[in-house]
Design a protein around this ligand. Structure first.
Ligand SMILES: *[C@@H]1O[C@H](CO)[C@@H](O)[C@H](O)[C@H]1NC(C)=O
Length: 312
């Protein structure tokens, strides 16, 4: 090889090494910038995400979440008159997009809160990507109480640290938020809980089985004064009676019934406004399988149904 060719090859090698180093260095730089932007947490509290555009300018956009507030309901007109305008105003002030659905049980069976929530879930608009199961007699008075889109699937607003009455650890009643996906994963709630109570404890077990993590409010300093409980115990007696072998039957997890196989018919739907606040009323006729859950009947019907051989 002549001397000038050797020089040329050497130069070329130097050049290749130089180009190689430049490329490696640039890649490392790009990677570093990317890693840094990846570790930046989205600000979930305010539902804002940072989107990085190509020229590295950041733009802030609001995520479009909407909550369907499902209010299981029967015969509590004056509580509803307070609830709808109060909650509409409370949520608007914090910028939580929402639609209130009053799920009104119009059949003559005992009240079934869980079944009504299943119906509300199925009948509410798919523009709502999360639901709130909301008692009509419980409203937040501390404006720091948020109704966020649940990051873990479940967010318990009326936590046992804050609820005026219920303080046991596994309590998930009162006000509970779920994404549509999380609610679907549990097959909603059991349809077998006619009468007052226990359906939320059963739902806790359903959520545990799906390994759903329950988030709760933090940094709230108002304790048991955080919510107002409108309920008048003397005026509204709770239907806590147990009939047939209801107690034994409802002591266990219900693996059979839920949102996927609930039987009901919609009597009618009406849009209302209360003091300017909108709500949708859904009038529901629930179906009861007397062979499976005879305790759905009000006791005054027992004699007649027994005579007909429809219940044991
Ligand atoms: C409850 O009663 C029904 C019908 O009488 C029976 O089939 C069922 O096994 C009973 N359940 C329990 C837990 O005893």
């Amino acid at each position: 090889m002549s001397a000038w060719i050797q020089t040329l090859v050497k130069r070329k090698r130097t050049k290749i090494v130089f180009v190689g180093l430049t490329v490696t260095f640039s890649l490392a730089l790009i990677l570093m910038v990317k890693l840094q932007s990846d570790t930046e947490q989205p600000v979930t509290k305010t539902h804002k995400v940072i989107i990085r555009t190509e020229n590295a300018e950041s733009t802030t956009v609001t995520e479009r979440h909407k909550m369907a507030i499902l209010v299981p309901f029967r015969d509590r007109f004056e509580e509803l008159l307070e609830f709808v305008p109060y909650m509409h105003d409370f949520l608007n002030k914090q910028g939580t997009a929402h639609q209130i659905y009053v799920i009104n049980q119009v059949d003559d069976y005992r009240f079934n809160r869980a079944a009504l929530i299943n119906v509300g879930f199925l009948e509410s608009g798919k523009d709502c990507d999360y639901i709130a199961m909301h008692d009509v007699d419980l409203v937040p008075v501390n404006p720091a109480i948020a109704y966020p889109y649940p990051r873990t699937g479940v967010y318990h607003v009326a936590s046992p640290d804050l609820h005026p009455l219920y303080h046991y650890k596994k309590f998930v009643g009162g006000i509970l938020l779920l994404t549509r996906d999380a609610f679907t994963s549990t097959n909603g709630m059991s349809n077998r809980y006619w009468g007052w109570g226990l359906e939320d404890d059963e739902f806790y077990v359903r959520m545990r089985r799906q390994m759903l993590e329950i988030e709760r409010p933090s940094g709230i300093t108002t304790g048991y004064e955080t919510f107002r409980h409108i309920h008048n115990r003397k005026k509204r007696r709770r239907d806590t009676a147990k009939h047939f072998n209801q107690t034994q039957e409802l002591r266990h997890l219900d693996k059979k019934t839920g949102a996927s196989n609930i039987k009901y018919t919609i009597d009618s739907k009406t849009d209302i406004t209360v003091a300017g606040a909108p709500a949708k009323i859904i009038n529901v006729v629930l179906d009861c399988d007397l062979k499976d859950t005879p305790w759905c009947l009000k006791p005054e019907y027992h004699t007649v149904y027994k005579a007909k051989g429809l219940i044991p």
